[in-house]
Ligand binder design. Sequence first.
Ligand code: NAI
Ligand code: MG
Length: 525
Amino acid sequence: MKTTISRPRVAASGRKISPAQNGHGNGESSASRAGLKINPRLVEWLKKPKQNLIDGKWTPAASGKLFDVFNPADASVIARAPDSDKEDINRAVAAARRAFESGPWRAMTTSERGKLIWRIGDLILQNADELAELESLDNGKPRAVARVADIPLAADLFHYMAGWATKIEGNTIPISVPNFHAFTLREPVGVIGQIIPWNFPLLMAAWKLGPALTAGNCVVLKPAEQTPLSALRLGELLLEAGVPGGVVNIVTGFGETAGAALAAHDDVDKIAFTGSTEVGKIIVRASAGNLKKVSLELGGKSPNIIFKDVGDLNAAINGAANAIFFNHGQCCCAGSRLMIEREIFDDVVEGVATQARKIKLGPGLDATTQMGPLVSEEQLSRVSNYLHQGKQEGACYVTGGKRAGESGYFVQPTVIKDVKPGMSIVREEIFGPVVVAEPFTKVEELIPRANQTQYGLAAGVWTRDISKAHRIAAALKAGTVWINCYNVFDSALPFGGYKQSGWGREMGHEVLEHYTQTKAVVVGL
Ligand code: NAI
Ligand code: MG
C-alpha cells in the first residue's frame, strides 16, 4: 500500500517483550475493573502460559520470549504469547513436512478427513460463547457481534469445506494421440504457510485452515501479533477433533520476524496471506527464493454507489452505514467511498451521519456496546493521522473526526464530504470507521471514478433499475459486487480481489484450486 503514513516498527508499536518466567497476563483485572464479567473458565484459560502448537505438542518459543497481548478497550495486558522467530518457524515447517510426507494424514481416507473437518466446525459451535468472549477481549469487537458473526461463520466454513473433502476430482481427458489413456489427479500443494490479520482473528484462521485441510495439505499458521489468542484456542479444538500432530502448527509472533521467516522458508510450498497490500508485496518478494505459490487477500477502498431511484432510501442509508461501520471499519471490503447521486446527496450524507452519531461506543464485553475500540494503539494512530490529513487538505467533517475518550483505542464514527480525488482519505485504505462521501451526476463519469483506485475488492450498488444495476456490476473492477445490500458473505461464495486487492479467491469451491495442484497422467495402452 502506497501510504503517506509510515509503518511503526515493532519496537514502536507498544508491544513489550517479556521473559517467559513472567508467565501469564491477567484477564481478570482489566475487565473486572470496568465491572464487566468474564466467564471464570476463560479467566483461567487466559492465565495459563501460552505456547505454540508444533507437531501436536504445546511448546514455548525457542528463545523463551513472550510478548504482551492487550485488551484494546483499556490497553490492559490480558495474556502473553510466544514471541517466535526463525527457529520456531523452522521447527514448525519441519513438523508440517513430516506430517505431509508420512504418517496418518496421508493415509486417511477423504471421507475420514471430511468427518474430522466437520467435527472442527461442531467444536467451534460448542465453544461459541467462550470464543466470542475471547475474540471480544483480544480484538475489541462487541461480544454479541462475534457471537452472531465471527464464530458461527468460522464454524460454517469448516462445515462447508468438510463436504468437499470427498469431491475433489480430476478428469479423464480424450487426448488426440491414439492409444493413450490420459487423466488428471488433483493433489495437495504440500506445506502451506498461512499469515492472517487481526480484524476477524478466528474467522480468518477458518478461511485459511478449512480449504487447506480439505485438500490434504499441512499448515503452519501465524496469527496476527495483535490477536493471537483465538487461534491458540482453536489449536486446542483441532487436537480435540483429532487432527494428527504436525498437520496444523500454530506459531505466534510478529510479522517482521516469525511472518518473514515463514514467507521466505524454502520448504514451504505455498503462502496464503491476508493483510495490507504493502506486506502482500513483501510476501511476493520473499516467495521468490523457492518460487512458492502465493495467494493474497489485501486491502480495499470500495465504492458504495447510491442512485436516486433506490426506492427505499432508508434501507440504502442503513446499508451505507453498515458498509463502513461494521467491525469499526476494520474490514478489507468496507464501503469507505460513498458515491451518491447528486439529488439525494444531502439526504444520504445526513442520514449516515445521524446513524454515526447514534452508535454507542464502549468495551466489547458491555452488552450495550455497538462499536468497540480499534484493535491497537498503532491502528488508532494510523486512523488519527488520516483524520488529521483530511482536515488539513480541506475536507468537511459532517460528524466525528477524532479519537473518542482517553483510554482505549476508540475513534468517533466519521462522515466526511467535500473531498477531492487526490486526497489521501479518498485514495488510501483508512481501516477505521471513516467514510468519504462524493456526489455524482452521470453514470458515464461515475464508473471511471468508482474504478479509479489501485484496489478492487468490493463494491455496492443501490438502485431499483435492474438493467442499470447489472450494467454497473459488470463495469466495476471488483471481486464482489453487492446490489441493494452490503457485507453479505457465505462460505459458498468466492471472495477476493481484482487489481492490487489480491491474488486468488477464498471460500467457495474456487479456493480449493489454490490448495491443490493438477497432475496429468498418461498411460500408453
Ligand atoms: P499487516 O499486513 O502488517 O499484518 C497482517 C499480517 O501480516 C500479520 O499477521 C503480521 O504479523 C504479518 N506481517 C507483517 N509484516 C510481515 C512481513 N514482513 N512478513 C510476513 N508477515 C508479515 O497489517 P497491519 O500492520 O496489522 O495493518 C496495517 C494496515 O493493513 C491496516 O491499516 C489496513 O489498511 C491493512 N489491513 C488489511 C487487512 C485485510 O483484511 N485485507 C487486515 C489487516 C490490515
Ligand atoms: Mg503490521
